[in-house]
Design a protein around this ligand. Structure first.
Ligand code: NAP
Length: 268
């Protein structure tokens, strides 16, 4: 039975990954589900159990180092091993840097998106080495190209990109795979919950949501990359072209990004 820890499993991409793994692998998988909202986490765990999978909900705030350690200890106490850690918990943010007065929430965002991933990875690594297992990091296309209006978010996702790229090389000899996923715009509530310039939840999306990838498709692509032990899962044609275009025509990529910012649909 493979043991999979998923952070940010109470909703969105993490919850959908849990449901898909449970429905495909049934009794062959044990899911350790982490997020702050215990009631929502229990609901996702119940859905996974209904597919025959074992599911353990561990209420966790990944921005608190000791809670990341406790999450890993709970998984090992219950199931005796860890095969996969999916670092998916994350928050979004949308503000022009010049609009921000108090930068405290920039630090908070870095603690959730980067440090939560680093702390969970450090605690789980000896166990994942023992099973020659896998680590997954859910970054973003904003972790490949700097997006105007997203200085805080892009900084956290570029940091994840660099951390996991370096770790991948360090772990090659140990037989541990590190897969970094770069979703584009996915239809979840993340943008509504993200920080605004004042560090409060946005309450509204800053993007046109019509073209978003479905959460089912995004989870399926991440699971595929994770199971194939791929280095990267870059989603959408725009993402694939954008990262290479940036190397040969960075001015053009800036123009495209600024044009997208002008379409910003936040209330003015
Ligand atoms: N949706 C997109 O368009 C998109 C695009 C690119 C990348 N991503 C990345 O994909 C990941 C998942 O995003 P999503 O779209 O599924 O967002 P979502 O629907 O808002 O879900 C985010 C999950 O993270 C959890 N979370 C937030 N803060 C946490 C904390 N401090 N400790 C533990 N868990 C926490 C939330 O649960 P609680 O509130 O219960 O803690 C929730 O389960 C994120 O890393 C995001 O940056 C998303």
């Amino acid at each position: 039975m493979r043991v999979v820890i998923i952070t940010g499993a109470s909703d969105g991409i993490g919850a959908e990954m849990a449901r898909q793994l449970a429905s495909k692998e049934g009794a062959g998988v044990a899911l350790v589900l982490a997020a702050r909202n215990a009631a929502q986490l229990d609901a996702v765990a119940a859905e996974c159990s209904a597919f025959g999978a074992q599911a353990l909900a561990v209420p966790t705030d990944v921005s608190v180092r000791i809670q990341c350690r406790r999450l890993v200890i709970s998984a090992v106490e219950r199931f005796g091993r860890i095969d996969v850690l999916v670092n998916n918990a994350g928050r979004s943010a949308h503000a022009l840097f010049e609009e921000v007065e108090d930068l405290d929430w920039y630090e908070e965002l870095m603690r959730v998106n980067l440090w939560g991933s680093v702390w969970c990875t450090q605690a789980a690594l000896p166990h994942i080495k023992a099973t020659r297992g896998s680590i997954v990091a859910v970054s973003s296309l904003a972790g490949l190209v700097g997006v105007p209006g997203r200085t805080a978010y892009s900084a956290t996702k570029f940091a994840m990109t660099g951390f996991f790229e370096a770790l991948r090389a360090e772990m090659k000899g140990a037989g541990v795979s590190v897969t970094t996923a770069y979703p584009g715009v996915v239809a979840t509530q993340i943008r509504y919950r993200g920080f605004n310039a004042q560090g409060e939840p946005m309450g509204t999306s800053s993007l046109k949501e019509e073209g978003a990838m479905s959460v089912e498709e995004c989870a399926r692509l991440i699971i595929g990359g994770m199971n194939a032990r791929k280095r990267e899962v870059v989603m959408t044609a725009k993402g694939k072209i954008g990262r290479f275009l940036k190397l040969i025509a960075p001015g053009l990529v800036e123009k495209i990004a600024l044009a997208a910012l002008k379409q910003d649909v936040r209330p003015k």
